[in-house]
Design a binder for this molecule. Sequence first.
Ligand SMILES: Nc1ncnc2c1ncn2[C@@H]1O[C@H](COP(=O)(O)OS(=O)(=O)O)[C@@H](OP(=O)(O)O)[C@H]1O
Length: 339
Amino acid sequence: MAAIATKWTSGPVPFTDVDDGTVPKRPAKEEFGSLVAALPRKNQAGLELRLYQGFWLPDHWVAGTVVFQRRFVPRADDVILASYPKCGTTWLKALAFATMTRDAYPAPAQHPLLRLNPHDCIPFLDEIFADGQEAKLERLPSPRLMNTHMPHTLLPESVTGADVAGCKVVYVCRDPKDMVVSLWHFLRRRQPDLPFAELFEHVCDGAVAVGPIWDHVLSYWRASLARPDRVLFLRYEDLLLDTGKHVRRLAEFMGRPFSPAEEGAGAVEAVVELCSFEKMKGLEVNKKGSAGAYHAMPRDSFFRKGVAGDWVNHMTPEMATRLDEVVRDKFRGTGLAAP
Ligand SMILES: Nc1ncnc2c1ncn2[C@@H]1O[C@H](COP(=O)(O)OS(=O)(=O)O)[C@@H](OP(=O)(O)O)[C@H]1O
């Protein structure tokens, strides 16, 4: 822990500010490559996928997931932010980071989110474990905020087990129709000729990265019902409708509720404003370069439109009905309202 920058006194530390000194790397594939090679495989939308414990994981995440499952040691005050890709990860990371660091930056102009992309502030576990960089997580002071795209059933037993101390998990989900649209725009930054209809088919078949999406969402929904003290379930659309309300829930869940004095001083509104789509998209840091563990993706690709319902501009009514019906069918009897 000695190598950590000493200027940080409270709240989570931006991951990129943690000095990784000589942390040795051992890419997970060196250790678990043969396990990965034996798994069923598909090539979808330019990504090599492997079927691991019921989910289609990008090939380069599988070995890291095995390391995550076997070796991750949670701390009691860790918070893991979980999501299906393109469902609000970047926003949730910003909101959680801003909420947890609010004491450290009473002057908002100094806040790290003004100079760093949210993905540079919070480590993305799936890439960290794939790259064999998990020793760097040990150097991150508590309370740690981390994120993953893994479904709840693939999280380590040390996090989810009934008999372990574990840690807290916050999940954000989104209307799958808007997720597909967002994912298509994101993937097109690398594959400009990817047909929307092709990606849509893969999503409906369930064979898309970390899919099927309905099983992903249900894994966290069920966990949130079983352990509401440990798993908070949020929706992107609800965040859009009343961000402040859900920032309060998030703060309370993470053990840092806003005090009456903070409420009076407008601390909730300050977090909401700092993390708003317009604010984040307009920052210089989010207009250039590429983001942390998402190294291959430009930072501006995480801020496109930031609305609910953009699917109407990309799908036929028949496509929308088809995906809605698949999801409704899967959610039936679970208590979870389909979009
Ligand atoms: N601050 C804020 N407020 C509201 N919405 C936001 C915000 N930041 C990102 N976004 C929108 O979230 C979509 C990207 O999803 P993710 O952040 O989950 O992407 S990723 O999984 O981290 O790659 C993507 O949605 P679309 O605009 O529909 O493509 C982003 O624009």
